[in-house]
Design a protein around this ligand. Sequence first.
Ligand code: AHR
Length: 649
Amino acid sequence: MKILVTAFLLFAGLASAAAAQPTVTIDGQHPAGKVSPMLYGLMTEEINFCYDGGLYAELVRNRAFLDNPEKPEHWSVVSGDGASASIALDPGQPLSAKIATSLRLEVAQASGPHPAGVANGGYWGIPVYPNTTYKASVYARAAPGFTGPLGLSIQSVDGRTLYAHGEVRTIGSAWRRYDITLHTGRVPPTSLARFAVTLDRPGTVWLGLVSLFPPTWNDRPNGLRRDLMQLLVDLKPKFLRFPGGNYLEGDTVATRFEWKKTLGPLVDRPGHAGPWGYRSTDGMGLLEFLLWCEDMGAEPVLAVYAGYSLQGAYVKPGSDLAPFVEEALEEIEYVTGGPETKWGAQRTKDGHPAPFPLRYVEIGNEDWFDKSLSYDGRFAQFYDAIKARHPQLKIISSVGNEQPAQFLVHSRQPDVVDEHYYRSIDEFLKMAPDYYEKYNRHQPAIFVGEWATHEDSKVRPWFPQAKAQPPTPDMKDAIGDAAWMAAMERNSDLVIMHGYAPLLVNVSSGARQWRPDLIGYDALRAYGSPSYHALALFSRHLGDELLPVTRADTAVQASATRDSRTGRIFLKLVNPQPVAERLAVQIRGVAALGRSATSFTLAAAPAATNTIEAPSAVVPVATPLPSLQPSFTYDLPATSIVILSLPAR
Ligand code: AHR
């Protein structure tokens, strides 16, 4: 996160809080409890081309030719002057048992200066970065009469400019994988590029699993996009909930996230149809999710398929459900088992001998959609089996208290329940002051596994009209988000985890299914929305003790925490009003505030936002503050989110 340090702008001085003065009072003497160590976290699933065409750094779209059995979608013939070629899917020449097709490329006419072949436009472009090494690979076999070479290149969309080029010198008649590196020189960054596989003479070849990766985060093979990972790591997430969301359930039982099919070499991963209108390559498989957690320093919150899919199919509890319970147990073993266990050995074989940490397992997703009311029985069966083998694991029910009571699990006591809130700004501002304060504390802990603010209660994120709205939230949405986060933080003795959803959106035309989304990107660029910056501010300034906050005569929302080791107090203030507010801040039970107080301010006009073209229009500003007394006044800008970081003694 880039934080600009500007001159001290805001009035801060001794307070003389008049009766009707807007006031926030913090009780520094009587902490209300502990801040949940699971704040803050992330929720993720394959939606909006979030992995394929997003975080998962593969650049070739439909790399295994499985997207459409009728034609090689996203591939086209390219040929120089006088050259000619044709392409067709060839299920008669399958690449592998799992990838049961290939692309037949027949070049009728070609020469060195005028090659012919096939090109892929990537996910709305192939990103070209200067002085960069890409890893290309292709499975290929040749028909008699052709032995090579096979040219691989990153080139402009009209084929006139070669940004990088390499050659596989000879290819044989049996399937084999060929790997080469491609280097760009001093070229201007662009995504108006394609990836081409060409022949410089007549011949026939079959291609399978054509792949191109730019440098990845931590240089992991089959890894993640660096710019997006940087944005995520900067959020300092404590956990990652995966793999969904609807993506976990699938439209049907057969198209659920079937984790076993996402393991091992890519040539053994068939991919599957996702519920958001496009196929997933499953390049982002279970191990990649776990490595993603590891690379962010976050712990996995694993959601297991629980026998309900989106089109309404459900598996009856009892013997029908038993194989799915076993599948979940095996999945847990893959994550946590030692190398001596069957699935721990598989993980070792896949390259990660060390078990991953795991404390929370969620049973399904939004099972209140299952109107057969089978969830109670399904949950009980999973709960009993998981607890019997892993008593230490906390089990999350996917039905939260915001749902009608009949859908809640009643035959077992979940450790945690998952509540989802997609609400308008007004709705969140109404809920924020006391929604969770009113909750009964003698009940399971709460994971708000999905939440986000949208502008208008008449245009919910899943309504068709939402398609006309921008992909990422603006400043007024960020205000709703921050007010809601302050509410959850104040109550984090009960609301132990939460995650904004969805996390990522490819903003290219036609790529998104849902808005608003936290982070936007295209093939080349990425940006954080104002809500992203609000989340980063909340996550990065957090103590371990909850300090009680009371508000008088103000619409400003607040939360206060203290770092018990250093005494530093983090006061979060959210001003939803379109006017500035002079706020009296009173910190009781604190003798003095030291130097080095700082404010972090995200303030902008309500409609201000960040976009792919203007990624930094709304960013936080860090401002050193002069010495303050424990009571002071503070001028909050209009429509602002302010964190005061106060060294208390
Ligand atoms: O976040 C988008 C969708 O909203 C999730 O897939 C689903 O769990 C919820 O209904």
